[in-house]
Design a protein around this ligand. Structure first.
Ligand SMILES: [Zn+2]
Length: 440
C-alpha cells in the first residue's frame, strides 16, 4: 500500500464539492486569454492562415477562429500579435542541458566530470533550460547528462514544480554504451575513471541498466551504437560499433515494455545497422546512411534526428587525419540528409545543443535543413507536430489547436520566406503563461 492510495478518491470528492457549490453562470475559474495572430502557422502543417484569434483557457488552447467571426469575451486578457507570425512552441529533439560546448582550453569534456561539483553543473543546466525557453523552444528531448547522473530528472521536476523557468523536458538520464565506447579515455589503465554514460557488457547488464534508468525517471533510453570514427580504407566514414545486437535488443525489449522509446546515437556502418535491426526508434546523427538503410528506416518508421550544425564546428586542421574525418562527416551527412528527405524518412529537428555552446542560437539548425532541400514549411513541422508525434504527444504540443497545451511563440517576419526568422522569437508563452513578450 502506498500513501497515495486515497488521493484519487479525495480528488473526485473535492471536485464534486466544487461542482455542487458552483451556481449557474458562475464566472470562469480559469484565466482566459486571447491572442490576435496576424499570421498563424498551426504546426499541423506549415500553411499560413491570416487574421486568426486563439482563445486560451488556463494552460490549454480552447479554440481558434477567424478574427472576423470571433467574439472576445469581456474580461479576457488580449495579447495583440496582429503584426507577427504566430506558431506553436518549438521542439528541439536532441539537446544536452548538462553540457556547455566544452572549450578544450578550459579542460574540455573531462573537466566537467572530474572537477565540477554536481551543483555547479545543475546551476548551469538551469541557465541552459532558460535559454531554450527564451528562444521559443518550449519542449526539449534532452539526450543524456554526460556524467551528471539523474540530474536531468531533477531539473525537469524543478521546471514542473514552477521553481525555475524552462521547457517541457523529455529526459534519458545516464545513457548507455559499452566498455571502450565512451569517455573518459586516455588515462593510465590502472585508474578506474568515471564515464560520461552507464557502461554495460552483455544483454543482462544492458537490460538491468535500462531498468535502472527507467525506474529513476527516464522518459526515453539513449544508447550509443557507435563511438570512434575515422576515414575508412575506401574513403567511407568508418565508425566503431559498440553494443551487440543482443545487447541492444535487450534494451529495446525492456524499454518498449515500459511503453517508452529508444534513441540511438549511430554514425554509420555496422553500429547503425545494428541500431536499425535492433529496433531503435530514432537514429541520432546518422552521418552516413546507405540507401538500403534508408529504405529500412522508411519501412520500420524509424525517426531521423540529424543534428547538422554541430558537425561544422571545431574542425581539426585539414591536413590531419582528424581534420579529414571532420570534413567527411559533414559532407557524408549532407548526402544522407538529402537522400532521407527524398525517401520520406520522418525527420525531426535536433541540434545537439550543449555540444554547441548554449550562448549560440538554437535556430541555426533551420537554415541548415533548408539549405539541404527541406522546405521552410517542412522544417517548421519537423520542430512542431512531427516531433510531437515522435514524443507520443500528438495534439498536446507542437500544434495550435483546441485541447493542446498553450505553448505559443511569435516572430516578427515570415519564416516561410526566410527561415532565419525563427531565430528572432519575440513572444513566448508556455503552458498558458507568458514568459517573454517583446512583440506587441
Ligand atoms: Zn548528443
Amino acid at each position: 500500500m502506498t500513501r497515495f492510495k486515497w488521493l484519487p478518491i479525495l480528488c473526485v470528492a473535492v471536485a464534486g464539492m466544487l461542482v455542487a457549490q458552483e451556481p449557474e453562470n458562475a464566472p470562469v475559474l480559469h484565466s482566459f486569454a486571447v491572442i490576435r495572430a496576424g499570421v498563424l502557422i498551426d504546426g499541423k502543417t506549415g500553411a499560413p492562415r491570416r487574421d486568426q484569434v486563439i482563445f486560451i483557457r488556463g494552460n490549454r488552447i480552447d479554440s481558434v477562429a477567424d478574427a472576423a467571426n470571433a467574439k472576445i469575451p469581456a474580461g479576457a486578457t488580449v495579447i495583440d500579435l496582429s503584426r507577427a507570425t504566430v506558431l506553436p512552441g518549438l521542439i528541439d529533439s536532441h539537446t544536452h542541458i548538462f553540457l556547455q560546448g566544452e572549450d578544450p582550453s578550459e579542460g574540455g569534456y573531462d573537466a566537467n566530470i572530474l572537477k565540477y561539483p554536481l551543483a555547479l553543473r545543475a546551476a548551469r543546466a538551469t541557465v541552459s533550460a532558460r535559454r531554450a525557453l527564451e528562444q521559443g523552444f518550449t519542449t526539449l528531448r534532452d539526450l543524456e547528462t554526460e556524467g551528471a547522473g539523474y540530474g536531468d530528472v531533477g531539473i525537469k521536476e524543478a521546471i514542473e514544480g514552477g521553481y525555475i523557468p524552462g521547457p517541457r523536458l523529455f529526459v534519458v538520464t545516464r545513457a548507455i554504451s559499452t566498455t571502450g565506447g565512451y569517455p573518459l579515455e586516455g588515462y593510465a589503465p590502472e585508474l578506474e575513471m568515471p564515464k560520461g554514460v552507464q557502461i554495460i557488457d552483455g544483454p543482462v547488464a544492458a537490460r538491468k541498466a535500462a531498468r535502472e534508468q527507467l525506474d529513476h525517471g527516464a522518459d526515453w533510453i539513449k544508447v550509443y551504437m557507435t563511438h570512434r570514427s575515422w576515414v575508412g580504407k575506401n574513403g567511407e566514414l568508418a565508425s566503431q560499433p559498440t553494443l551487440t545486437l543482443e545487447e541492444l535488443k535487450a534494451i529495446v525489449d525492456e524499454t518498449h515494455g515500459w511503453g517508452k522509446k529508444v534513441a540511438c546515437h549511430a554514425y554509420s556502418g555496422a553500429g547503425l545497422q545494428r541500431a536499425l535491426d535492433g529496433g531503435c526508434d530514432s537514429i541520432e546523427h546518422g552521418l552516413q546512411i546507405t540507401d538500403a538503410q534508408i529504405a529500412q528506416m522508411v519501412k520500420q518508421g524509424t525517426w531521423y534526428c540529424p543534428t547538422i550544425s554541430v558537425y561544422y564546428t571545431d574542425w581539426a586542421a585539414a591536413d590531419t587525419p582528424a581534420g579529414q574525418r571532420d570534413r567527411l562527416r559533414a559532407s557524408a551527412h549532407e548526402d544522407s540528409f538529402r537522400k532521407a528527405l527524398k525517401a520520406g524518412v520522418k525527420i525531426v529537428f535536433g541540434t545537439d545543443m550543449g555540444g554547441i555552446p548554449w550562448t549560440e542560437p538554437i535556430a541555426q539548425e533551420f537554415p541548415r535543413m533548408v539549405d539541404l532541400g527541406m522546405s521552410p514549411a517542412d522544417a517548421i513541422v519537423s520542430a512542431t507536430s512531427r516531433a510531437a508525434e515522435m514524443l507520443d504527444m500528438t495534439g498536446q504540443i507542437g500544434v495550435i489547436a483546441p485541447g493542446a497545451f498553450a505553448d505559443i511563440i511569435a516572430v516578427p517576419g515570415d519564416p516561410l520566406k526566410d527561415i532565419k526568422q525563427l531565430g528572432n522569437v519575440r513572444f513566448v508563452m508556455k503552458d498558458g503563461k507568458v514568459f517573454r513578450n517583446e512583440a506587441q
